[in-house]
Design a protein around this ligand. Structure first.
Ligand code: ADP
Ligand code: MG
Length: 245
């Protein structure tokens, strides 16, 4: 089985501070992977290295067997999209304008949006239930609505792999489930490969095929939720005793 995404001995430092230490794992096409681990364990840094926001000091990331270093930003953005953690919105674009930004990798420098671009945008907005918000300034939206808009923007990229950094944090439980159910649907119906950082171990266990547990910049364990979310692992990594039913 060839990997859709492969991370090979990836190491990353902020200055002298070593955050990721030879992280290796691979993800098959169509998998739904949860990335879990305590605050500061390096989850966001790992996603940023996969998405070429940061560049590894050592190691490689392969997408469909291509070394990401050899791909251009636009090429990457056509295959891989990211929903970042806590998107700050301090500009006043409308929802439709924001979602249209997802089409940037497909639009040439001196071109304007095509009918197809608008169709893809509409579809992304339908899927995320944001069509009715199209004309609203994003700054006026609730947290849950905003998360859905940012998700719509990443879907407008028509990615094959979607990375999400805590897309459900700060949301009420009904919005959390709404986002997770949508991701599951995209995964099942559109064969989208999903890698999602989750804080909530219950959500992670419920929705993900496999979990990657990060501890202090290293993969502590990788396997099915049943294998990973054990009292022993949680005590080891999170340092707290839990009772798991
Ligand atoms: P997580 O997402 O798992 O909470 P992060 O990847 O955000 O972890 O952070 C991992 C470690 O790197 C933490 O110790 C954090 O303080 C540190 N860190 C994160 N961003 C920076 C930065 N821009 N400069 C220096 N250190 C950082
Ligand atoms: Mg983080």
């Amino acid at each position: 089985m060839t990997a859709k995404l492969e991370v090979d001995k990836l190491s990353y430092k902020y200055g002298n501070f070593e955050v990721l230490k030879e992280v290796s794992f691979s993800v098959a096409q169509g998998e739904f992977i949860g990335l879990i681990g305590p605050n500061g364990s390096g989850k966001s840094t790992l996603l940023k290295n996969i998405n070429s926001i940061l560049y590894p000091d050592d190691g490689k990331v392969y997408l469909d067997n291509f070394d990401l270093q050899n791909l251009g930003k636009k090429e990457i953005a056509k295959k891989l999209a990211v929903v970042p953690q806590n998107t700050n919105v301090n500009f006043d674009f409308t929802v439709e304008e924001i979602v249209l930004m997802g089409r940037a990798p497909y639009i040439g420098r001196f071109e304007s949006e095509s009918d197809e671009d608008y169709e893809v945008v509409k579809e992304a907005m339908e899927l995320t239930n944001t069509l009715k918000l199209a004309e609203r300034p994003i700054s006026q939206l609730s947290g849950g609505e905003r998360q859905r808009v940012i998700l719509a923007r990443s879907l407008a990229q028509q990615p094959e792999v979607l990375l999400l950094d805590e897309p459900t944090s700060n949301l009420d439980i009904n919005y959390q489930l709404e986002i997770m159910n949508l991701l599951k649907k995209l995964n099942r119906d559109h064969n989208l490969t999903v890698i999602v950082v989750l804080h909530d171990l219950n959500l992670a266990s419920e929705y993900c095929d496999k979990l990657l547990l990060l501890e202090d910049g290293e993969i502590y364990a990788h396997g099915s939720p049943k294998e990973i979310v054990t009292a022993e692992n949680i005590e080891d990594v999170y340092g707290s005793k839990v009772i798991i039913k």
